[in-house]
Design a protein around this ligand. Sequence first.
Ligand code: 21W
Length: 239
Amino acid sequence: MKFDILTLFPEMFEPIKQSIIGRAIKSNKLEINLINIRDFSKDKHKHVDDTPYGGGAGMLIKPDVVYDAYKSLDYKSAKVIYLSPQGKTLNQKMVESLSKEEHLILLCGHYEGIDQRVLDEIVDEEISIGDYVLTGGELPAMVLLESVSRYVNGVLANDSVKDESFSNGLLEYPQYTKPEVFKNIPVPNILLSGHHSNIDKWRRKQSLKNTLEKRPDLLEKVNLTEEDKKILRELKIKG
Ligand code: 21W
């Protein structure tokens, strides 16, 4: 999978090229290209922004500079994503769906934003990472890059993806390792029993309990079996 990232701050992306993502780049499962929008400036002082028509604070990135940076890419079969506070909030469904794309172009804004005309011309999808204010789209682009890359075949050991929070719509069950007793607290007995179908049942119940206590909103969207519903009724009665 290929990511082209259009940004005024390509250096911000250095750390993410390490670790799991770094390994996936080396084994050619991921290709990440950083494009400095400033390289497409039209003047000798390398300006990329200007004051907004109609007045107001701050500066806007000029449309022609962004357009030329975009046109320098092989954009024909790519999906262009603009990281923006006005976008749809990223969730795991969107992450999984984006991981099926061959080529994403991520456009990061800074300052007060980007001239609307170039956005209307090139952007396919506008995505936010949550309702809080950042100074630019770079951290959101890294969040998207990291979350989507985990779903690209061969980037992660495969079964760590399917078991985790949000993939089945529920929170995870608690996990334990050695020692068997810590501060007088034993590991739940069932986990030492070797009875795998009982362990699976116990874990499902713990997932439901965790979700009911911490994120009850998730229970509305998830597909529950009749057995799940029965367990939830009992958990609600016990309180
Ligand atoms: C913050 C850009 C505020 C624009 C009209 C008149 C990308 C982000 C960002 C930023 C404004 C994301 C204005 C969660 C985020 C991002 C920088 C508002 C002022 N517009 N997800 N005046 N939070 N943030 N513009 O901040 O670029 S995805």
